[in-house]
Design a protein around this ligand. Structure first.
Ligand SMILES: [Zn+2]
Ligand SMILES: [Zn+2]
Length: 319
């Protein structure tokens, strides 16, 4: 049981999503050991440190919160420039027990700085644990200069494609189209409310997009984004890719006045918006359909194995 300092909060973990990072740690593709993993966390507040208790907007004992597991140093060049998503110190502190901190959410309890817990009201903890990926998506929208009324195209109908669809719809996109190769995933995202869902070969049918969100930045999907975006539009490379590097057609970017930008992680203001989306509840029914499986904490290996080896939206561990 962690000791809680004056400005910290103790949370009893209710749910922790298994993301690509945990799947990669488990599969040995990201050899950071021993690590205390699990960064998509929701839980109930058990104790609030003295200095934090009673502050406006501070969650009270018993309330369900979604947790920002990333420490930000506040002093590196990125933090000082207001871009803490790319802080140099995001992960990887070594705890007293020797474990490297990579979220620490696959556990019964966690202590976090009080600035990193966000109330979400009364909802399914597995949905509340989607606060972190939602904050990433809010960040992605911000990086892409998304505004109400925009025509949006999302490349990829995986978990992150679904979240981009859900959030842009909620924030009044004029239309949201999705491009996806896999037929099952295409049908699933059409059923989830995409205005148009097409295979890559049919991309010419889509309205030209003000902003394109690329959820896997492969060579192919960047080419698709260039075909989908309107003149003057924005392309956000949300997902990474370790495939062969894409070519950026300099003349086309210049002549069409395109903006190509990356989006990584999240910042506190993204959490504020993500927590509010969860608290409002409008998305929660849809988010619940993205829970592929739930496992108890003592079945965590099954959860990691499923996420590492099979196509899933979200596998959630619920202690
Ligand atoms: Zn994640
Ligand atoms: Zn920093």
């Amino acid at each position: 049981m962690p000791d809680v300092g004056d400005s910290e909060v103790l949370v009893r973990i209710a749910a922790c999503g298994v993301c690509t990072m945990e799947a990669n740690l488990y599969a040995g593709r990201m050899p950071v050991y021993p690590s205390a993993a699990g960064h998509e966390i929701a839980g109930w507040v058990e104790r609030v440190g003295e200095k934090a208790a009673g502050l406006e907007d501070m969650p009270e004992v018993g309330s369900l919160v979604t947790i920002d597991g990333l420490p930000r140093c506040g002093t590196c060049r990125s933090c000082r420039a207001g871009q803490s998503a790319i802080c140099v110190a995001l992960q990887g502190n070594v705890r007293e027990d020797g474990a490297i901190t990579m979220g620490e959410g696959l556990a019964d309890y966690i202590k976090v700085h009080a600035s990193r817990v966000w109330s979400v009201g009364d909802t399914d903890p597995a949905v509340a644990a989607m606060g972190e990926p939602l904050a990433c998506v809010v960040h992605s929208l911000r990086r892409g200069g998304f505004r109400a009324g925009d025509r949006v195209t999302v490349i990829g109908a995986g978990y992150m494609g679904h979240l981009h669809l859900a959030v842009t719809k909620q924030l009044q996109a004029r239309s949201v189209a999705v491009v996806e190769q896999d037929e099952q995933r295409l049908a699933a995202i059409a059923a989830a409310g995409a205005d148009t869902a097409v295979a890559p070969g049919d991309i010419g049918q889509l309205p030209q997009a003000d902003v394109v969100f690329v959820t896997i930045a492969s060579r192919e999907s960047i080419a698709l984004a260039l075909a989908a975006v309107a003149d003057g539009g924005r392309i956000v490379l949300y997902g990474g890719s370790d495939g062969p590097p894409a070519e950026l057609p300099g003349y086309e970017v210049h002549r069409r006045q395109l903006t190509v930008t990356g989006s990584f992680s999240h910042e506190p203001e993204d959490w504020r918006a993500a927590a509010e989306l969860l608290r409002g509840g409008a998305l929660n029914g849809r988010l619940e359909t993205l829970v592929t499986a739930r496992y108890a904490l003592d079945e965590v290996e099954k959860a990691l194995k499923q996420a590492a080896e099979t196509p899933v939206y979200r596998v959630v561990v619920t202690p």
